[in-house]
Design a protein around this ligand. Structure first.
Ligand code: 5AD
Ligand code: SF4
Length: 352
């Protein structure tokens, strides 16, 4: 496959359904991954430290109005225990994720946790935040405290779909501004989309890839859109098994095409892939992804952090996940970059 990658070819491939042609696509994407970022998989252990959220996204299982959810916020010690575990097990970095809150108590708590994680790991653990939209001042405080990457998914680059899947408190232009602010401050910025949203076409997904390019994004975390019974979006547009399988394949295509088009960025094989197929994350690696985000949330809390149904690993401990993922990575013929940050070459080039 000797192909010029542009909007047109991306679109042709996004429509492709022939399984053997798609295998060919994934293979070429894998070759480009090997050339551009190598075959080491970098870990970002994710600590889902609270499911309180003031937002009400129509697709999300922990949205504010879902009263069936038991709400929690971990105490500092529980978070630091997971961070220490990550450090001792040589996970290069971790992600602090929670629902969205902007109150000072929360902001100061996160700031304090960041400083403590940096201290306990002698500065070695990289810290990524995934804490939604915040003011510039808050992003700066957390950056100063020691976080250096931020994940904020655009969810979809189509303002129309964005408006359809969120209540009015979500404003597309504010999301864009937040991404630009994060970049200005000096964070490595990650974004991503959900794949297979109601009303989303293949052309929209191609636009998502072009959006990643136009925003000069360093890392991408994206995955299939999945159902959750307690959400307005699933109630309105139930997802069939056929839809799920389609979303899964689109998810792999998005990884492969992003790799082929954007080349030297980091792309995560997300847990959402594994919610549809047991070896979904390995398939993600084989289609061009190079990052995994093992869950290191204390097991007692995992069942309360269900953004979507069938989330895997909710009964497991961090040790289980470590063993399991090491096996999965080994089976794909790759190695784990233990103890390394694994920044994307795309980001490092800009620093040089
Ligand atoms: N299906 C797939 N991904 C989801 N997320 C939230 N709800 C769902 C769902 N139903 C994703 C969003 C969010 C991230 C933390 O989880 O993309 O940014
Ligand atoms: Fe809250 Fe994030 Fe879920 Fe939206 S996607 S309801 S901001 S946790």
């Amino acid at each position: 496959m000797n192909q010029q990658w542009d909007q047109n070819t991306l679109y042709q491939w996004m429509l492709e359904e022939d399984p053997s042609k798609l295998q060919e696509l994934y293979k070429v994407a894998y070759e480009v991954k090997k050339q551009e970022v190598g075959t080491k998989v970098y870990y970002r252990g994710i600590i889902e430290f609270s499911n309180y959220c003031r937002k009400n996204c129509y697709y999300c299982g922990i949205r504010r109005d879902n009263t069936a959810v038991h709400r929690y916020i971990m105490d500092k010690k529980t978070i630091l225990d997971s961070a220490r575990w990550a450090y001792e097990n040589r996970y290069g970095s971790l992600v602090l994720q929670s629902g969205e809150r902007q109150d000072e108590e929360f902001v100061a708590f996160v700031e304090d946790v960041i400083v403590s994680i940096k201290n306990l790991s002698h500065g070695e653990l990289g810290i990524t935040l995934s804490l939604g939209e915040q003011s510039k001042e808050v992003y700066e405080r957390w950056f100063k405290a020691g976080a250096h990457r931020y994940l904020l998914r655009i969810e979809t680059s189509s303002p129309k779909i964005y408006a359809d899947i969120h209540p009015a408190d979500h404003v597309f232009d504010e999301r864009l501004r937040a991404l630009l602010t994060l970049k200005d401050i000096g964070y490595q910025v990650g974004t991503g989309v959900m794949i297979g949203l109601p009303g989303q076409t293949e052309a929209d997904l191609v636009n998502d890839i072009l959006f990643f390019e136009s925003m000069d994004i360093d890392m991408i975390g994206m995955g299939p859109y999945l159902s959750h019974e307690e959400t307005p979006l699933t109630r309105r547009y139930p997802i069939s098994t056929t839809d799920l399988n389609r979303n899964f394949t689109l998810g792999l295509k998005m990884i492969a095409l992003s790799r082929l088009y954007l080349r030297n960025i980091n792309i995560a094989a997300t847990t959402a892939l594994q919610a549809i197929q047991p070896n979904g994350r390995e398939q993600g690696l084989k289609a061009g992804a190079n990052i995994m985000m093992p869950i290191i949330t204390d097991t007692a809390y995992r069942k309360d952090y269900l953004l979507y149904e069938n989330k895997p690993c909710t009964e497991d401990t961090s040790d289980d996940c470590k063993q399991c993922l090491a096996g999965r990575v080994f089976l794909t013929g790759e190695t784990v970059g233990y103890g390394e940050w694994g920044d994307s070459p795309h980001f490092l080039k800009k620093q040089a």
